[in-house]
Ligand binder design. Structure first.
Ligand code: CDP
Length: 208
């Protein structure tokens, strides 16, 4: 059983996917963290994420980054992640690991941008989670402010729009809703309401 959860920046898909995995006893993989780890490795080495050869080398050495490193969640890491994510060789280097995790028994929940379209196109349940840009920016702003990071709402909104545009227009695995994915708009839903809506979809697609 595979549940694919895709969507744009700060749509709430990470929290939602983790809660779905807990509820059904499935393994959870945040695939964005892989791209963030590639971005962070480059930033730590003062290397340019736009350099395709260095980005590939970083993708091959992604295990050097501790998954609990808090810098993974920084905005500059997210922006570097979105740059390296446009590189097809980086995507290919990260693909096998994602597909291995997806085979986990009794099931796995993967969240990202291309899970339903490229990584697991045959996933029996696909969700495309979205929300308005303003609501997503407010959520990301609150998250960063809670961590004591000095950011302005306008900067967060502008970064989010840039990253959305980059993710949607890149040639390799652009962010897109799979034809058979269910759209879940969380603009007016808190996490509990989003979880309930997601579980209704999952249980209807996959009874028992
Ligand atoms: O949490 P947030 O929505 O900010 O982003 P993320 O899921 O941590 O992903 C960071 C970046 O990695 C995204 O902007 C995408 O460019 C890239 N990514 C991707 O291309 N494919 C995925 N399956 C997951 C993330």
């Amino acid at each position: 059983m595979i549940i694919a959860v895709d969507g744009p920046v700060a749509a709430g898909k990470g929290t939602l996917a983790r809660r779905i995995a807990d509820k059904y006893g499935f393994k959870y993989l945040d695939t964005g963290a892989l791209y963030r780890a590639v971005g962070l490795l480059l930033l730590q080495n003062n290397q340019d994420p736009n350099n395709p050869d260095l980005a590939l080398l970083a993708a091959q050495n992604v295990s050097k980054i501790d998954p609990s490193n808090p810098a993974l969640r920084d905005e500059k890491t997210g922006n570097a992640a979105s740059i390296v994510a446009a590189n097809q060789r980086v995507r290919t280097a990260l693909l096998e690991y994602q597909r291995e995790v997806a085979k986990h028994k009794p099931g796995a929940v993967l969240d990202g941008r291309d899970i339903g379209t490229v990584v697991c196109p045959d996933a029996p349940v696909k969700l495309f989670v979205t929300a308005s840009a303003e609501v997503r920016a407010q959520r990301r702003f609150d998250e960063l402010a809670a961590k004591g990071q000095e950011v302005t709402f306008d900067d967060v909104l502008s970064d989010l729009r840039d990253r959305d545009a980059r993710d949607q227009t890149r040639k390799s695995a652009p962010l897109a809703k799979a034809d058979d994915a269910h759209l879940l708009d969380t603009t007016k839903l808190d996490i509990e309401a989003a979880l309930e809506a997601a579980c209704q979809i999952i249980d209807a697609d996959f009874p028992g």
